[in-house]
Design a protein around this ligand. Structure first.
Ligand SMILES: Nc1ncnc2c1ncn2[C@@H]1O[C@H](COP(=O)(O)OP(=O)(O)OP(=O)(O)O)[C@@H](O)[C@H]1O
Length: 456
């Protein structure tokens, strides 16, 4: 007989509990989201609620009245009933459920009768997303409460990056022109849009123009618009240009370093006089726009080589930020992984997580394509991974598939060098081709080849 008074309840509450109808108690158990199952003193499963189906894909009726040891053998690890029985306290275990390769936290509570004899064990199980990889769990919380004060969708706690964001936050409150520099994929466009969203111009348009992709001959008419019949092939009604459509808002001139000398003069004129002439018109149009420009080129070099006007440079450059490359902000990589993973898990309705090893591989890599490349890699690995835990073999495959990155980026990270570093590191730790093969997700003979090549 279980003595409820031992659970430290007042007598009226015990009476109250005894008055709750059996159906209500059953309904509570049956509808609980958390998995609950009960083993008697022999380890026989005497109750399991429907949440076992959600967690394990098995029905309560398939396991009730059966020996838990047999049910669990080969499927769950570890088996903790024997330990819980004698422990006189709750035992918390991290179980791996092999069918789904899923890690599950089990809290086993032994219940004793008034003779202090073991009566049964109540086990509750929870999905254990964080515990598979503690580093992953550690970054989960900071990311949700990341405080940049500027925008919660801009990821980054790195010192260099935060300095940029702090400058941008101040600039966003004004109408000053802004120059955003940084390698390709560091987030220049993303951050330009954020500045606009945080500015008092946010209720008006943000118009992005890629200076590298609009042919020189079309640039002027695209930007300034044109009058009816301004040139052969022109729309008979004329056309409003992008500058006019951004009136009151922000124009983002991406890849400004690729602007032709002729258009540089025109843009300088707009900046200085806040007006422009549509093609075919000699009547100036006045606009109220803020210009944010960005480029991954070295504008000082371009000025020296007379490819970029220094007066335009200084006009654009009221506030300038140089976004750090991902190599310079490796301390943000974990945040990005978590952020992108959350996004892709939502998009693809999955629950993928990254193993500790793959995270360390990712941090070691130099990411020549910066945040854009990392985002792309996380998405690809999320889609391709067969198991919930995405492991390092997928990342090595990603590197193999992207070997041409080396040609695309001058100072790129070297895939061969990365493999070499990985093999040397693993060999010095394990001295076993079998373990190295497992860690790298390759066959043992490949591991042997790699060891012979790099370590012996
Ligand atoms: N701090 C950040 N927080 C969240 N996402 C980011 C951040 N920085 C970059 N991204 C993401 O990285 C991707 C690339 O960013 P973006 O296109 O702004 O780079 P870019 O520097 O403008 O590249 P390019 O020079 O090639 O035009 C985008 O998908 C963006 O969502």
């Amino acid at each position: 007989m279980i003595d409820l008074s031992k659970i430290l309840h007042t007598p009226w509450y015990i009476d109250y509990l005894n008055s709750i109808p059996r159906e209500t108690l059953l309904a509570i158990l049956e509808n609980s989201f958390t998995e609950i199952y009960v083993l008697d003193k022999e380890g026989k499963i005497v109750y399991a609620n429907p949440a076992v189906t959600r967690l394990y894909g098995i029905n309560p009726e398939d396991i009730v009245q059966k020996d838990s040891k047999q049910i669990k053998e080969g499927l769950w690890d570890p088996y903790s009933f024997d330990l819980t029985k004698v422990s006189h306290r709750a035992i918390v275990t991290e179980n791996i459920y092999y069918k789904t390769n899923r890690s599950i936290i089990c809290i086993n509570v032994p219940v004793y009768n008034d003779q202090n004899e073991f009566e049964f064990m109540i086990s509750t199980s929870l999905d254990n997303i964080g515990a598979v990889d503690l580093s992953y769990r550690d970054v989960r919380n900071p990311i949700e409460s990341i405080d940049l004060g500027f925008s919660d969708r801009v990821i980054g706690k790195n010192k260099l990056f935060k300095q940029c964001m702090s400058d941008l936050e101040k600039a966003a409150k004004t109408d000053c022109n802004l120059l955003i520099l940084g390698e390709s994929g560091t987030g220049k466009s993303y951050i330009a849009q954020t500045v606009h969203n945080q500015s008092r111009r946010s209720h008006n348009s943000f118009v992005a123009i890629n200076c590298a992709t609009i042919p020189d001959g079309l640039f002027e008419s695209e930007l300034f618009g044109y009058m009816p019949g301004a040139f052969t092939g022109a729309n008979a009604k004329g056309k409003i240009g992008l500058l006019k459509s951004a009136d009151g808002g922000t124009i983002f001139l991406d890849e400004i370093g690729d602007l032709s000398p002729k258009m540089q003069v025109k843009i300088l004129d707009v900046l200085e006089n806040k007006r422009f002439f549509p093609v075919g018109s000699n009547k100036p149009e006045h606009v109220n726009i803020r210009i944010i420009a960005a480029t991954n080129q070295n504008l000082i070099h371009a000025i020296k080589e007379k490819k970029f006007r220094s007066d335009l440079y200084w006009r654009l450059n009221t506030v300038k930020v140089i976004l750090p490359s991902l190599r310079q902000r490796k301390d943000d990589i974990l945040f990005f992984i978590t952020y992108f993973l959350n996004d892709f898990n939502k998009r693809y309705n999955t629950k993928k997580i990254f193993s500790k090893t793959i995270i360390s591989y990712i941090i070691n890599y130099d990411w020549p394509g910066n945040v854009r490349q990392l985002k792309n890699a996380v998405e690809r690995m999320c889609i391709l991974s067969d198991s919930i835990i995405v492991n390092e073999s997928l990342f090595l495959r990603y590197l193999d598939q992207e070997e041409d990155i080396e040609e695309a980026y001058e100072e790129s990270f070297n895939v061969e060098a990365f493999k070499k570093r990985t093999v040397i590191k693993l060999y010095s730790k394990y001295k076993s081709s079998r373990i190295i093969a497992k860690e790298m997700g390759v066959s043992q003979s490949t591991a042997n080849l790699l060891i012979n090549k790099y370590c012996i």
